[in-house]
Write a protein that binds this ligand. Structure first.
Ligand code: GLN
Length: 456
């Protein structure tokens, strides 16, 4: 912990951390030592990590990357944080992210961008950009992220690390500041599938304080990851595994370098015994407009709580209550958040609800059905995480729609609530990392982790 705290300081320029709690970390490390000395066993006791600043924490401030929450301190810990604390992990601090997790480059953080350690002039991806950077730069071995439309998978891909978003409902959302509640999921980001499996086992599980939390017994994802497949051999651990390649995930617009690296990863999976089958997810392109209606709609509702009254920023001067709301929100929210509140309010408004929101909900169901159709022919689905490697800093800033379009391969799985991973498979243009996306059917995290582990 002491050593990694020096790395936090020496790597400050990467912009990964928003808050560092050195004294608290050392105290937690000592407590972990005591647990180990008392003979307690547990893979995570004493493991240093850090949390995306979207999880509320009682012992550190929480901002969600927003000015509106500057100075905010939660009276309680998010369930995911409490469980990882209980498992003995040592939190070093809170990590940079896009404001309220809205973005895919970590350039929407009110506290400045995070930089990709592979090329400081490029973005690390987002919204869990700080979480990805902290692992990729070896500041901490593991971090938490959240994934609403790709925010664990895409930054993992852009920085060459491994991340998993479990099935919707596997991790509690209690204390995870809400962006789009029907999509938000917690997950770990680390160097390997194995580390992710250990973390996910500790983070997940039923929580009565989240109404969408799934009632399933505690899972040992690490054991599931290690469980050999029936008919597997030492040379072919994935024998009999059918991996579906949706043709819509390999469009002409896919960057050639990403295509090459992803195909190399697929060839590796074949060598391990998997068979590749052609499948179709015909509504892939529609996932973009569907997501960018549903997510802002939910966000506009969720963000109504930031009104300058209960917590967060309040304008210094105002005329009356309404003026206080307006000024506090105008001063506290950044441009992307305001854009989404406006879009969300519009698509939910009387007269437009049926035309936009309801249509989007119907299409969301059809996108989920398409996956079930595909899973009749395969066990896992594979493809790229993103259509290109990490782009240059500032490139997405002027044109938000361009950034939205780059979410094309992560959004379908999010809308369906499926588990998904990013596993590093090679390097593309400029020596930038490329991730392979693996998607599983509901509650098939063990199968995903098994395949990713075999590949690593
Ligand atoms: N890039 C997507 C967005 O901006 C996804 C973000 C996320 O998963 N939190 O909404």
């Amino acid at each position: 912990t002491q050593h990694l705290l020096t790395r936090v300081t020496s790597h400050q320029a990467l912009g990964a951390f928003l808050h560092v709690d050195a004294a608290g970390a050392l105290a937690r490390a000592q407590a972990a030592d005591a647990r180990l000395a008392a003979g307690e066993a547990g893979a995570l006791i004493g493991i240093p990590l850090a949390h995306k600043d979207i999880y509320v924490t009682a012992d550190m401030p929480t901002t969600a990357g927003s000015k509106i929450l500057a100075g905010y301190r939660s009276p309680f810990d998010a369930t995911v944080v409490a469980r990882l604390n209980g498992a003995g992990t040592v939190s070093l601090g809170k990590l940079n992210c896009d404001e309220f997790a809205m973005g895919s480059a970590n350039e929407n953080s009110a506290y400045g961008p995070a930089h990709n350690p592979w090329d400081l002039g490029r973005v690390p991806g987002g919204s869990s950009g700080g979480s990805a950077v902290a692992v990729a730069a070896r500041i901490v071995p593991a971090t938490t992220g959240t994934d609403t439309g790709g925010s664990i998978r895409q930054p993992a891909s852009f920085t060459g690390i491994t991340g998993i978003k479990p099935t919707y409902g596997v991790c509690s959302r209690y204390g995870m500041i809400a962006f789009a509640s029907s999509l938000d999921q917690a997950g770990p980001m680390a160097r390997s599938a194995e580390d992710c499996a250990l973390l996910l086992s500790a983070m997940s599980g039923f929580d009565e304080r989240d109404a969408t939390s799934v009632q399933q017994p505690p899972q040992d994802f690490h054991a599931q990851m290690l469980t050999a497949r029936e008919g597997a051999t030492a040379a072919q651990p994935l024998k009999g595994l059918r991996i579906g390649l949706p043709r819509e995930f390999f469009p002409a617009a896919l960057a050639a370098d990403v295509n090459v690296a992803v195909r190399a990863g697929l060839a590796e999976l074949e060598k391990l015994g998997a068979t590749l089958v052609d499948v179709s997810l015909p509504r892939t392109e529609l996932a973009i407009p569907v997501y960018y209606i549903i997510a802002p709609a939910e966000a506009s509702s969720n963000l109504s709580r930031f009104d300058g009254v209960k917590f967060g920023h309040r304008a210094a001067q105002y005329d009356d209550l309404l003026d206080m709301y307006k000024k506090s929100r105008a001063e506290g929210f950044g441009a992307e958040v305001k854009r989404r509140i406006m879009i969300g309010t519009y698509v939910l408004s009387h007269g437009y609800y049926d035309a936009y929101y309801l249509q989007a909900q119907k299409l969301r169901r059809m996108i989920a059905d398409d996956f079930q159709q595909a899973f009749r022919q395969c066990d896992l689905i594979a493809g790229p995480v993103a259509p290109s490697v990490a782009w240059k800093a500032g490139e997405g800033a002027e044109d938000p729609v361009k950034a939205y379009l780059a979410d094309i391969f992560t959004l379908p799985g999010s809308l369906a609530g499926l588990p998904g991973m990013s596993v590093p498979v090679g390097f593309g243009e400029g020596g930038m990392p490329v991730g392979l996306q693996l998607l599983g059917n509901y509650f098939k995290e063990g199968q995903l982790l098994h395949a990713a582990h075999a590949l690593q």
